[in-house]
Design a protein around this ligand. Structure first.
Ligand code: SF4
Length: 254
């Protein structure tokens, strides 16, 4: 299939979606961990987390432009799954995501949208999996995978939008998922949860707040998971595993 490296060039303009990969697996994270799911991974992101585990949707975006009918046909070809995850990249960047979500809803799928929480769109979403990015995500010069440091300031300016977070929390069933590395991340998590509770006209329960260990490989998860599990217990939040990493390490299409 034709592959482009510019998610804006031939996708939204034509009403198509830039799709990096579409595959069947188990949901690895969050409240629905373990559920068989078709994943639609869009390309393009408005952030650049240094640890991004979908590098080819952010730092070096690649995709095929697919129309919504084509995406639906591919989803249906995966047979028994009732669950679909629309992920990225940042899927809410694309107007065509709304059209796709409407079609998936009409077809009766339960749909989770995985978003970084900086963009709100009105669409039929069964679970908004919102992952606000902490300071530990910023691609400072020493952590930038491209070694250029040119995204640090833009990323820092964009990574938290409390209005968008409030809209998402008020509109959808949601989970707030934080990628945590160290205990030193927790004051920022607590502060952000408090800010969202202040601005959102909807309850945010402690078990809506998920701590997920940083690590896209088994080796790295071995270093972070126990620490993050203990932090979840200390703070009364929920721990989420990364089942797909436990099962398949960093294999693509998992
Ligand atoms: S927000 Fe998500 S997709 Fe975008 S750079 Fe960060 S981890 Fe990657």
């Amino acid at each position: 299939m034709p592959v482009s490296s510019d998610p804006g060039s031939d996708s939204d303009a034509a009403g198509d979606l830039p799709v990096n990969e579409l595959f069947y697996s188990l949901q690895g994270e969050g409240k629905l961990a373990g559920v068989p799911t078709v994943f639609i991974r869009t390309s393009g992101c408005n952030l650049r987390c240094w640890y991004c585990d979908s590098y080819h949707t952010s730092w070096e975006p690649t995709h095929a432009a697919m129309d919504v009918d084509g995406v639906l046909d591919d989803v249906r070809s995966h047979g028994d799954a009732d669950h679909v995850v629309l992920t990225g990249g940042e899927p809410m960047m694309h107007e065509a995501s709304v059209h796709l979500l409407e079609r998936l809803d009409d077809a009766g799928y339960h749909v989770t949208v995985e978003t970084n929480g900086t963009i709100y769109r009105d669409a039929p979403i069964d679970l908004a999996s919102i992952s606000p990015k902490l300071q530990n995500s910023t691609p400072t010069a020493d952590r930038d995978p491209k070694g250029e440091g040119e995204w640090a300031e833009r990323h820092e300016d964009r990574r938290i939008d409390t209005d968008a977070l409030a809209d998402l929390v008020e509109t959808y069933d949601f989970q707030l998922k934080f990628v945590v590395t160290e205990a030193s991340d927790m004051p920022e998590v607590n502060d952000l949860v408090a800010r969202i509770r202040e601005v959102a006209d909807a309850p945010v329960r402690d078990d809506d707040v998920l701590l997920m260990p940083e690590g896209a490989t088994r080796k790295r998860l071995n270093e972070t998971r126990e620490r993050v599990a203990e932090l979840a217990m200390d703070h009364g939040y929920r721990y989420t595993p990364r089942l797909h990493v436990d099962l398949w390490n960093d294999a693509p299409e998992t």
